[in-house]
Every structure is written in C-alpha cells, then in structure tokens.
Design a protein around this ligand. Structure first.
Ligand code: SF4
Length: 234
C-alpha cells in the first residue's frame, strides 16, 4: 500500500466505521449486568477471560454481594471460591473487594462517572473505564481498546503503536468523537466473525477493498508487540 496521507487515512477509518455500523447496527455487551457496580465488576472480571465464563460466575457472585456496600465487607477468599473458574481469580477477587471498599469510602457507595475517578479503582484501567462510562452512564470519553480492537486497528494500519493504550490515542486522533461509541463492540464482533487472529476471512470480507492487510498472512501485529500488549492489564 502506498504511503497514505493523514486525510486519506481518516477518510478510510470513517468508512470502516460506517461499514461496521451497517454490519452491526445493534451490538450489545454480552456481559450480564444490571447496575453500574455490577458492570464494573463484570468488566474487571472479563480481563483475559471470555464473557461467557464471566456470565457463569456472576449470578452467584451478585446474589451474595449485590452492591459495593456488601462486597466491601466480603472476604476475598470467599469471592475467589465463587470465581475460581475464570483466569486470575485470586487477583481479581482482591480487586473486587478493594474496588468496592474505595467506592464506599471515597464515592459514597456510588460508582464514579469520570475517567479520572474510575481509573483510581483497583483493577480498573482506561479500557475498563471506557466501557463502564459508555455502557453504564452513556458517556463517551474514549475508545476501549482490547486485544481485538488493537489487532484490527493495527491490521488496518490506523496505528502502528505497540500498546493498546497508545493505539487508543491514535484512534481518538483519527476518528471524529461521534464515531467512538460503538467501536469497541462492533470491532470485537468483526474480529471474531471475519477478521480473526488466525486465518482471517479476507475472501468474504466487506472491507477487502479498503484493507491494507487483505490476503496477507502477516496482517497481525508483530509477535513481540502483541505479547507486550496482551500482557497489559485492563
Ligand atoms: S480483508 Fe482480511 S485482514 Fe482485512 S479486514 Fe478483512 S478479514 Fe481482516
């Protein structure tokens, strides 16, 4: 692909978002949550784990500790027992209790709704905070860049940065804010359905005419960068 001007890249990125909107007009979070607090816990638990696995443990979890007040008094070892089928359950159970305690102590029991406050919570990084702001409060302050979004943004050469955090800044720079909201969920769906990590379905891809990685086995981020990115916490 010849060198692309920033303007051309921006137009291509906007066109990608337009087509994603056509493909996935009604995407919803697969996580089962009912309140901002349960959303925080769900997203916190979902790091490096599937949404399906999280949904299996949360019914008992939220029945026993339904809000910040209740979970702030829980024993992390008891929570660990309930969530032990998901990855990193020990550190996640500690984060659940620590986050609940901070919500009670510093925010009157209510989940805060600014990026700055949310990222003070243990276990909550920008990705988690972006999802919570967007889904629980309807606030779009950034783009949640997980491994799928990072992989696609890299394949589409919208970023060449080595970490999701840096890639988010490139996406925020190139996309108008009104397009940020659905990026995370639409791109995750597309990354699972079509632009898979291994053997992407380029032959049936609706982006083939505007994708710089079409038909290339090397469309993935370089292994070193991907390893570093996937080892980052949410
Ligand atoms: S053409 Fe291939 S690499 Fe490009 S977005 Fe489609 S599936 Fe992914």
């Amino acid at each position: 692909m010849p060198r692309e001007s920033k303007r051309a890249k921006r137009e291509r990125a906007i066109e990608i978002c337009r087509r994603m909107g056509e493909l996935y007009p009604h995407v919803e979070s697969a996580l089962n949550f009912t309140t901002p607090f349960t959303m925080v816990i769900c997203v916190l638990l979902s790091a490096q784990t599937t949404d399906v696995a999280v949904n299996k443990v949360t019914p008992e979890l939220f029945e026993r500790w339904p809000d910040a007040e209740a979970m702030s008094q829980a024993d992390p070892a008891e929570i660990a027992e309930v969530i032990r089928s998901i990855g990193f359950y020990r550190s996640k159970s500690a984060h659940c209790v620590e986050a609940a305690r901070m919500i009670v102590a510093d925010f009157g029991g209510e989940v805060p709704h600014t990026m700055e406050e949310l990222t003070r919570l243990p276990g909550v990084g920008r990705k988690t905070a972006n999802i919570v702001l967007n889904k629980a409060f309807g606030i779009v302050d950034g783009i949640a860049v997980d491994t799928h979004v990072f992989r696609l943004a890299t394949r589409w050469r919208l970023t060449n940065k080595p970490t999701p955090l840096q890639a988010e800044q490139d996406l925020l720079d190139i996309l108008p804010q009104e397009l940020w909201g659905p990026v995370n969920e639409q791109w995750i769906h597309f990354g699972r359905d079509t632009c898979r990590a291994q053997r992407p379905l380029c032959g049936a891809c609706p982006l083939a005419d505007i994708c710089p990685s079409v038909g290339k086995a090397d469309g993935n981020p370089k292994p070193k960068a991907r390893r570093r990115a996937s080892s980052r916490r949410s």
